[in-house]
Ligand binder design. Structure first.
Ligand code: OGA
Ligand code: MN
Length: 203
């Protein structure tokens, strides 16, 4: 059992009580660095594409809404650096099901790269016509991130209170979980290239 697995019950408890949680040691600094390098390698191979908004017929690329590039992970063919990620994600999924009965059956996860100056405007991770996404799972890969690098995840606690939010820096190794249905959120403009693996536990 690694440290993350030992912390899982407390983490799940926090998620159940407040609907969101931050955990700083999901990945070691070395693991986060290796995953960022792996993302960069895949990007150089041309495996990334511009992220879109909306679903099916309504899908479109909208620079004024989001500016990230993504590459979906394939759980069937993990590369070496991706093993540590999947091991932890599988443990997380098992715990969520055992302890919260969320009925999660699968996950979908992608690398996301935000070039300098890009952002993702306030949104919900649930599509209007699809309630499959239950828990949003964001893991950051940025070593030495500073406050002036921007790129914080802004999470609103109440959609009707504009000033009631928490800003979370995209520090290497950090994990953020929140209920996809409940939390409006935004990625503030990044002043450095910003790397993450973002995903959703689905029922
Ligand atoms: C998303 C998203 C948050 C982040 O990809 O839907 O909101 O901090 N990501 O990267
Ligand atoms: Mn989102």
């Amino acid at each position: 059992m690694n440290d993350f697995e030992a912390q899982l019950p407390a983490l799940i408890d926090a998620l159940a009580h407040t609907g969101w949680v931050v955990y700083d040691d999901f990945l070691s600094q070395d693991q986060a660095t290796a995953l960022r390098a792996e993302g960069q390698r895949r990007q150089q191979l041309g495996e990334f594409h511009r992220a879109a908004v909306g679903r099916a017929d309504a899908r479109s690329q909208r620079d004024e809404i989001r500016g990230d590039n993504v590459r979906w992970l394939d759980p069937q063919q993990p590369s070496d650096p991706e093993h540590a990620y999947w091991q932890r994600i599988n443990a997380l999924q098992g715990s969520l099901n055992r302890e919260l009965f969320l009925g999660i059956r699968e996950g979908e996860f992608h690398y996301a790269h935000y070039p300098v100056g890009s952002f993702y405007k306030r949104h919900l991770d649930r599509f209007r016509d699809d309630d499959a996404r239950v828990v949003s799972v964001v893991c950051y890969l940025n070593s030495g991130w500073q406050t002036h690098d921007g790129g914080q995840l802004r999470l609103w606690h109440d959609p009707d209170q504009a000033d009631h939010y928490t800003d979370i820096a995209p520090q290497a190794g950090r994990l953020v979980l929140f209920l996809s249905e409940r939390y409006w959120h935004e990625v503030l403009p990044a002043q450095q290239p910003r790397w993450s693996i973002t995903g959703w536990m689905r029922r």
